[in-house]
Every structure is written in C-alpha cells, then in structure tokens.
Design a protein around this ligand. Sequence first.
Ligand SMILES: [Zn+2]
Length: 410
Amino acid sequence: MVEKVIQLKCSCNQYPWGKQGSNSLAATLCAKTPNTDFKIEEDKPYAEMWMGTYPELPSYVLETGEDLQDVLDKYPNELIGQDVISKFNHTKLPYLPKVLSIAKALPLQLHPNKQMAAQLHSRDPSQFTDPNHKPEIALALGDFEAFVGFKPLKDIERLMQLPPLSSFLPPVKKANFDDQNLKHVVKTLLSASDEVIKKTNDALMQLPRDSFGTDSYIPDMIPRLSEQYDKTDNGIVVALITMNYLQLKAGDSIYIPADGIHAYLSGDIIECMARSNNVLNTGFCPSADRNSVEQFVSVLTMTPHDTSEALLPPEKFPRSKNGKTKVYGPPLSEFAMLATELGDGESETVEKLGGPSILLVAKGEGALTVQGKEYKLSEGYVFFVGHGVELAFKADKALQVFTAFVEKET
Ligand SMILES: [Zn+2]
C-alpha cells in the first residue's frame, strides 16, 4: 500500500522579476529540501517555486525521484480519491501552489476565463497550454504590494480630469463615468505610443502633489516603475490611474477572478491557482512579450472595483480542533488554502480532508503525524498528502504551515 504522505522535491524558475540569489524566499525554501540537487546561484533571479504536478515544473518524490504525477496515476484511488477524480474527470491536481519572491513588477496581466482559454488553446496550444481558466489567490508572507482590479469609478473619473489625462477620455462624454468609459480609457492608454506615454508620465510628475487627492502615491511611483521598466511603459499609467494599489501585511490575501487585471509589485507570497498556465500580458514587460491590446481588453472584466472586493479574509476552519488553522476560501471549486500557525510547543489537529493536498512548511520546526507515522517538519519542506487522513501537527519551534487542498464540495 502506498503511504499517504509523500515528501516532495520542488524547483524554482528564474523570471527576471524574481529576487536575486538567496534574497529570494522561493529559492531559499526550495534549497532546504534534504539532499536536493537545487543549488542557489547568487547572480540569478529566482521568481517562483512550483509545488505539484504541472508538467512545466513538476515536483518529484524526494525518496525515489519519481514524478509525483506518475505516482498519482499509479494510486489514484488511494491518493486523489474517487470524489475528486469524478469531480474533475482526471487524476491530476486541480490546483497549483507556488511561492513567489518579487523584486519588481510582474507583467500587467489577466488570465482568461474557461471559454476564452479553450478558444486560445485550440488556436495556439504552444502559447496557451491549457483549455482551463486560472483564477488565483495571493497570500502575503510579509509586506506585499500589488495592483489589483480597478479603483471605484468616481476616483478614476476624478483622476482622469487631470490635464495630462483628459485626452484619453472618450470623445463623447456621458453623464456618468461608467465601466464602458473605463474600458475605453484602459484601451486608449494601452494603445498609446511610447512618446505619448512618456510625455504623460512627465506631465503627471510636474503636477502639485495635492492634485492626486487620496492617491498621493502616484507621483512617487512613476519614477519607481519607470526605473524598473521604462517611462514609455503603458502599464505605468494604467496601473497608477485606474487600478487599486494595495499594501498588504503577512496573512492578508487577495483573490483574482478569471479575466481580472492584476500586477504584483513586491514581496514574498504564496500563490495558488486553478491548474492552468494561460496569461495575457500587456505592460511591465518588453513589447515583444505583450499580447494584442484588442485581445486583452475584449476579455477584461471590470471587477473587482475597489479594494474590499479584492481582499479575501481568512475564516475559522471548522475542522481545526485547537483553533490554530484558518481557511482562505475563494469562490472556486478547484481549491482552498489552510494556514496553520503554532507557537513553540503548541499542537493542532486538522480533521480529514476529502481530497489531495499540498503542504508547505513556511517557518519553524516540528512534526506531522498521519496514520500513526511521524514526519519531520522543517522550513521549506513540501509534502503531498493523500485524501481522507487526519493531520496532527506539533511545533518544536513556532510553526507556519500552508495546505492547499480540494474536496468534492470545495
Ligand atoms: Zn496572475
């Protein structure tokens, strides 16, 4: 019989926005797997550690070196369980958790909905590798800055009255600035030439600070983002004028729906998404990496429309015996995320989960007992846990564990 708990060996990718060498939490956690062949090179950026079975960067069974997916295919009933297999009609993990270490803005992006994803995939399977949507959550492990969704319409309307921006408004002005006007603004800003964007940024920086009202961070952010990419980058004006700028603390989380606009700016986070790698990029990246503005805007959803809609606060998890585990439950069927936090010497038991989970030890040391067998927990350790078992945690040193999971009713 196969064991329910399988320690994994994961890897990191090296996108240019990642933090350098051992400044990257993604890389340092990844390097802590016992006997891993993953070695940090100090001159390389490390962006994302992936945990799970997505073929681009799969996880391996630490003990045997087998691809985790091969093991799931061999023991689907024992590890995934019939409930989740029949829910999705496959024996893959329906979610993909990652640790991201962000030194500068990620491309301004959205992940297309299921229908659009299926169309794009059939047209261009090399660029759009999945027929699936990719809503995601981002959970801050420390200070985290992000641009997410759109500001309230009245705030955008006020900013759009500033002289350097008024030319991007629709020619025929309606009584109320609505989502259609906003879409026009986003499209016009994304289509503007390098020269126009540079001029607009320069003109915005000349304005007195109080012209920006409550959005007084805008004149400080223009030079910061210009340095990361270029003053000609269309993403700068779109992000600063139309999007919410969020400064989050450890434990805060945001939810990005399918087709939702977002760009993460700095910090270390855990991200979890539906199983897909599809993305449409439009700013904060070289022009060659951008999808067409037409395509981006045609898919774009106008929600969330203020910061409170973007936040995903954790809730009490009813199956936590000692109340040390919270759940982040986005409105999705593919996953939820548990956060278990224990002080020195504390313990917690999480009752049976009805589907497979991926568990990451973000901090501390301790032990996990499952079906009478004890597994050592230490910072950076990653485990797959099969369905239907109780998880008993004990902390030797303050322990922080994140567990992505799915069930029939998730
Ligand atoms: Zn994303």
